[in-house]
Write a new protein. Sequence first.
Length: 247
Amino acid sequence: MSENYNMDLVRDIEELIKRYNKKPDKEVKKKDIVTLLQKASVLVPGKVSTKTTSIQGEILEGIDLQFDVVKDDGRARLLPVFTSFEQIPQDYLDTFSFVRINSGKIYKYIEECDNIRGMVVNPFTEFNLEIKKKQMSKKARTRGISKAVDNGDEEAIIVYDNKKYPIKKTPFTIGREGTNIEIPEGYISKIHVVISYKDGKYRIADYDSTNGTKLNGTALRSKVYYEVRDGYEIELSDKEKLLVYIN
């Protein structure tokens, strides 16, 4: 995304929020703001810890960023995000470090945090807007997952916990909840991996999970598809193992 394109998006978002907050402007819907916001990059505040930092040549590794959290009137925990530096009060700017992240990734992060109920855009200003989890776009939460594909005669089965899960259509998902195979453990991401079928081959991708995925002992890069063959082993978070069988 170009910087100019993001600046144009930010101006449109801020103008829509301002109009939305000045009721009764019924022409502006919150869902329209959410849809536009998911295309933009936002600034997220946090505290930087260098306790585990190491230096590899000219690169710093192991820097930990702990996001800030604010509470609404009902004491619900919300992640603050800002559309631009102009919306950040000076004292807040002096207190926290800021990283620019695509809103779609922020949506996904919030979905996987059970103790965070949503986000608040531009708190402390007239351009503020609270967005709870249920108001976030389903499209944003599942971005990157392709449309359903019939696998024809090439049948695959996932074996997990002594149970067989046939893959009749893809995308086929494995995760903590709302997936084809549910593993309700805290170390499993909500959508941990996605299996697809293309050009006569099954493929698997780690869906930007928190604790990672291995295929036959090899760690997968996030959102990069790898071919899956008969007898391959999928390992999630170094804890859960699944076997793949393809006829």
